[in-house]
Ligand binder design. Sequence first.
Ligand code: BEZ
Length: 219
Amino acid sequence: MENPLEGLEPQGRIPRIGDPAPNFEAESTFGNIQLADFRGSWVVFFSHPADFTPVCTTEFLAFARRHPDFRKSNTELLGLSIDSIFAHLSWVRNIEEKFGCRIPFPVVADIDRRVALCYGMIMPGESKTETARCVFIIDPNAVIRALIYYPMTTGRNVDEILRLVTALQTSDAHMVATPANWQPGDPVIVPPPRTQEAAAERLLENYDCKDWYFCQKKL
Ligand code: BEZ
């Protein structure tokens, strides 16, 4: 059988959850930036396939609309594609002209794919020349905390990305986990016990427990 990956270039390595986010320096629509400039903030670092494409435009509009909410959560947005700085500038100006929306976050120009390869953003089986719709959630200590990968044809849900950042921040602040479809204000999960003693003790706490392993609480 034919190997569909034969002849494709190496796509770099995807950093994993818990890995240090690879630092880079690059030209962006806000000038030269390094990832290290964002130390102390959460970062949503996302790639899109190409400038001047319709799904990507809807995503940029959605990110721009939610930008104040990300900022309130100490989170910076950072875009990237394998396009030149001039293409980026032309596209963000076009979005402002046609949609009345200023893009309030920097977009990295990665024409030589240096950063994209570092983050494993290219899926050669889908496209060798464009980045997939990747999202890296990076914490204030520059650690990768979550990754999302979407194909070319499906625009991302920016509300879900904000929810994910909020869930991670809530887990860090309160040493809890968050259940499926959790929204801020909903009960959270008390992490399951690791010892017999802890399993018995937690039933005496003021938690809402279905059983020893399943306890929730309100924050
Ligand atoms: C888009 O953003 O519209 C798009 C980009 C690449 C492939 C298909 C759609």
